[in-house]
Design a protein around this ligand. Sequence first.
Ligand code: ADP
Length: 483
Amino acid sequence: MASKAKSRWADDEQDAELEAQRRKEKEEKKRLKAEKAKKLEAEKQAREAAEAAATTRRHPSPSPPETNSGHPAKRRKLSPERGTTTTQTQSSTTIANGTGEKTHKLLRFDGGAFRKARSVENYDKLNDIEEGSYGWVSRARDISTGEVVALKRLKLNPKDRGGVPVTGLREIQVLKACDHRNIVHLKEIVVNDDTSRLESIFLVMEFLEHDLKSILEDMPNPFLQSEIKTLLLQLAAGTAYLHENWILHRDLKTSNLLLNNRGQLKIADFGMARFVGDPPPQKLTQLVVTLWYRSPELLLGTPTYNTAVDTWSIGCIFGELLTREPLLQGKNEVDQLTKIFELCGIPTEETWPGFRRLPNAKGLRLPQNSTTTNSLVRARFPTLPSAGAALLNSLLALDPEKRPSAKQILAHEYFKQDPKPKQEAFFPTYPSKAGQERRRKRETPNAPLRGEKAVDLGHVDFSGIFAGREKEERGAGFALRMV
Ligand code: ADP
């Protein structure tokens, strides 16, 4: 799965050591500063006393009144005057630790130079594209260059006290760090000149004519195998890049995959994305990924997860490319898990060791019948070549450890077999909805909103779900009971 190199963002022992060292140095600096100030103050007092003595000698006067405490009436300022501090900017890359030893090199966080963001007035809005969960997206033209771009206006959330929403900050942080042909390119951030107005931050991105969801909804015939291979390879390449750079996307789905008229696919919408280390943090938000693309470990409430949540979503997208329909369309979390178990089989200690320890799996009542544990992926896609079915089956493995990494997907046998992946340049073109009128509001679920509560699936009874499976292949409708 993830490679074992250390992450820049990982909070490990070395980081803790460096932090302690930094604190010690800061305290030492503070102490030296206070000592110096005391010394200066003493010198100043001595000077003043000498002057006063001289004045008294010249103009004798009655002694000034003493306070009850014996201190002068007005407290002296003990802090040094401006410009008297000896603190110097640490410009060297090695830091002396006070004992003369050289310590670890401290990495500087490159915050970049501050530059005033340009105004959104530099762009002419052409048309709305779509309102998403976290922003409004429109097509616009750069007035000076004539280039057509996508402008995403960040929605502000009262929970973020009128500031930039965390999702927006994450999206900016991640997109600024990315540079890959299968990741949408963030050109700049622009603002409204009138900053007193809300909704004043915009992401300027390269414009792509389509998203995969719109194409799938409108295309009269399904994609060819060669086209599916090209799309999947690009999705896996973009995802592998993210994972190599310690980024989880956490909302891969067809509406977040953009396609241009040159057959190039790019991953977009990084509002749910985040940087992680190796091992990933012990506690990550469970409520991530749009329901239909959410992995079983997330649904079962795992507090820690990894890149496999994205590979599960890739499996769901693969199924959707084949049928033009989302693969697992649950009405809610319980129904989603039911649909997963119907297709991929009920988990057992053999197929998914340790799954019972997941918070929502402890009270689950699962059928004991052995026929319910097989995956039906192969049966569901009878015309898919066996290498393709094997890939889809592995992407939809219940056990996250058994799913291939994005890099392994790239090397899969399925892509080597005929028909070979179609060259991007030969990809068909489609009429662009984004380039014309506003897209219709979709009836599909969105990514979870921040602050939403995960459903507790602690006591769901799945025991009857495969009743009659022997008679009529798994997949018949059934109802779940909460117990
Ligand atoms: P949200 O985070 O609010 O869900 P998205 O980033 O997912 O917003 O964008 C919503 C929709 O806007 C996408 O499904 C896509 O149709 C369109 N879109 C987003 N970015 C672009 C872009 N760079 N070029 C063209 N269309 C885009």
